[in-house]
Ligand binder design. Sequence first.
Ligand SMILES: Cc1cc2nc3c(=O)[nH]c(=O)nc-3n(C[C@H](O)[C@H](O)[C@H](O)COP(=O)(O)OP(=O)(O)OC[C@H]3O[C@@H](n4cnc5c(N)ncnc54)[C@H](O)[C@@H]3O)c2cc1C
Length: 413
Amino acid sequence: MNKPTIVILGGGVGGIVTANNLVKLLPQEIDIVLIEKKNHHTFAASYLWLMVNKRTPKQITTSLRGLVEERVNIFFEEVKHIDTENKTISTEKSKIDFDYLVIALGAELDKTHLDKQQYGVHNYFTYEGAAKLNEELQNFKGGNVSIVISSLPYKCPGAPYEGAMLIADFLKNKKLQHKAAVNLYTPEPLPLPVAGPALGNSVKEVMVSKGIGFYPQNQLASVNYDERKIELASGALVHYDLLVVIPQHKVPEVVLQSGLVDESGWIPVNKDTLETKHNNVFAIGDVTSITIPGRWQPDKPMKLPKAGVFAHSQAFTVSEIIASKILGKESKEIFCGDGFCMLEVGEDLAGFAYGDFYGSPHPEVKLKHLGKIWHWGKVLFEKWWLAPIGFRKSILKSFLRIGSSVLKIPVKL
Ligand SMILES: Cc1cc2nc3c(=O)[nH]c(=O)nc-3n(C[C@H](O)[C@H](O)[C@H](O)COP(=O)(O)OP(=O)(O)OC[C@H]3O[C@@H](n4cnc5c(N)ncnc54)[C@H](O)[C@@H]3O)c2cc1C
């Protein structure tokens, strides 16, 4: 066996899972390099709770080093150039050669509507944004709250709707429900359109029951910050006191320059193996573009949503494929398109949406009844995800030990 180097770009959901799984699958002498510009990690799904004061910034932040196996060599540097021809990655400080590359650099947010807090414009898709919006909501005395999905696609198809419901709940708890209106504007026909009309209508019903105004098929045209008005593509003008924008998403600049992006604006990959047009160069998570069957019109295919759950399972697929190649084994591993999400609706309740996003003739996604169990499932996952890797492994070992003694099955630990 030769001694190849695997380089993973991006230490978010996809990058962390890829690195840790490769450690499990490959012998010590294989170099696993992770390049990430930030030395801390924040759990994005918890930005919603941070926004409504259910988490402090400290509770959802941890050191990246603690989440990743010690054997992984982490470069805390910014990727500046991806050279797929010469198989080299450049950062501001280093040049690193690779044999296998996994691009997990996520989506970047357009800055147009960010840092406009003095005009009452906020967002909760960034950690800093969610923290500032929390302060704003705590001081809010009433008025029009407009939540606007500025463009498609965006990460986590449920997040804007969860956000609207959590904000409505927060204002209700502040006894502001009669002094505040919460309205959501989106270019989509229904919430979570990828999941089809039945699920979308169920989510819409819950929103409406909370008094949230839902305005589908409304594209944001512009924002007049001084007059605090949004203009929609229809020409309608809406006054806001607090504007919560889901910003436009795009690939990081370094990915755009890599020659890997197609007309979708994202990296097209083989939907089963996640390999790009270059041999042994893979891309996973938000940075990818994967076409799936249409849900509304069969002749109009859609894109796989951007979500942590997909980045997570794609990371398993890619690490299995790379390890098999290195070990000279045949790999049957493919990404099957299954996904799920706990959809927070407020009052510590959540729904559970799950299904086969590769389903034919269209994705098959169902929603379980609202329950506290799904909310607590999400909380447990958050705690698990943010726990240091050593702690996670010892908990797992304890479970296995208890399981093996109860079931009387010998388990090698
Ligand atoms: C409010 C909110 C709620 C969400 N809730 C859910 C949920 O409930 N369920 C779910 O499945 N998903 C959820 N998501 C989506 C989920 O967080 C993302 O889909 C997931 O993080 C994507 O993983 P990734 O590895 O592709 O990218 P990321 O996790 O974003 O990681 C990308 C990493 O690359 C790094 N990076 C970028 N450019 C460079 C560079 N040039 N050099 C070095 N490093 C770089 C970034 O710093 C980042 O750490 C939510 C997202 C938000 C914003």
